[in-house]
Design a protein around this ligand. Structure first.
Ligand SMILES: [Zn+2]
Ligand SMILES: [Zn+2]
Length: 306
């Protein structure tokens, strides 16, 4: 027996509609979705917005193809941000290095070697590692990132920090990442702490929480650039304090910084956190700068780098 229209709708109203002249027809799932979306204007706007932004992104990729952040050459894979040549040219700090302070040395021994300096005066941290050398295109990009507001370069630069974390700390238990803080005056002047930006990206990649407020810089001393090793250690002495000892006590900390020369800053910061009861502090620094550089002067030579 044929169903009348009302009975048909009662059987399965979500799958059927009525033709104008009374004969029931089957409605496709896509049509049904459209019908439901029409009842929710907010959803329509959201779907339309997503489609529009995908369209704009595709048009932008066509009009402005992604280019390497260092050399400007077009990229075959936009998500990489760097071409393979530029990525390879960044000098990684590889073994052999001292097991404690992470400084390179000439020799064949690679595992467990501790340099004379660390034997005479063991550092307050467990181990320190540096990702890359502060030179060439990396240095230029870093100066733009830190001093000229090119914050988008944080994505490219943090890749090297994450790479070093995976090489040196992936198997180590770490409870929290702590970035070296800026003095509030310097933070106001610059508008951002570049180490926090790098730390956020490392935290996302590693899944380790970032504690950005548990360590504070209390003294705005003269920049370290131009000082000797000993002068740097004296200059930074007593510069930090822990603001939330509860976040540090008993925790395994990974202290991160952007650039180091002698390691005086991270040594002082690690010492402060160990005094506040941290069970261990390890150090990871994005770039290692030579103590005596003959390269072109950058903003860091003008005393802006602290
Ligand atoms: Zn390139
Ligand atoms: Zn050492």
């Amino acid at each position: 027996m044929a169903m009348d229209c009302e009975e048909f709708e009662r059987v399965d109203p979500s799958k059927h509609r009525f033709r104008r002249f009374g004969c029931p027809i089957r409605v496709s799932p896509a049509m049904e979705k459209l019908r439901q979306a029409a009842r929710d204007p907010g959803r329509v706007i959201r779907i339309f917005g997503r489609g529009l932004s995908a369209l704009v992104r595709a048009a932008s990729d066509l009009a402005f193809p992604a280019s390497c952040a260092f050399c400007g050459e077009p990229l075959s894979e936009p998500s990489l941000s760097l071409c393979a040549d530029c990525c390879d040219r960044v000098g990684r700090i590889d073994a052999p290095f001292c097991d404690r302070c992470g400084r390179s040395f000439d020799g064949l021994q690679t595992n467990g070697h501790v340099c004379g300096s660390c034997m005479v005066k063991p550092p307050p941290y467990g181990k320190a590692r540096y990702a890359v050398r502060y030179e060439g295109d990396f240095r230029k990009a870093f100066i733009d990132f830190k001093f000229h507001g090119a914050l988008h370069l944080g994505n490219v630069l943090s890749r090297f920090l994450t790479e070093a974390y995976q090489s040196h700390f992936a198997g180590s238990p770490v409870d929290v990442i702590v970035p070296v803080p800026l003095h509030p005056k310097r933070l106001c002047a610059r508008g951002h702490n570049q180490v926090v930006i790098l730390g956020e990206k490392l935290s996302r990649a590693s899944g380790i929480p970032l504690a950005r407020t548990c360590l504070e810089k209390t003294h705005n001393r003269q920049p370290q650039v131009g000082l000797s090793r000993r002068e740097r250690a004296v200059n930074v002495r007593g510069s930090f304090r822990t603001a939330r000892a509860g976040m540090i006590a008993g925790r395994k900390i990974l202290l991160i910084d952007d650039v180091a020369t002698t390691g005086a800053t991270v040594t002082e910061a690690a010492k402060t956190m160990m005094r506040s009861g941290a069970s261990r502090v390890d150090v990871l620094v994005l770039a290692l700068r030579p103590l005596f550089s003959h390269g072109p002067a950058g903003p860091e030579a003008d005393g802006a780098n602290v």
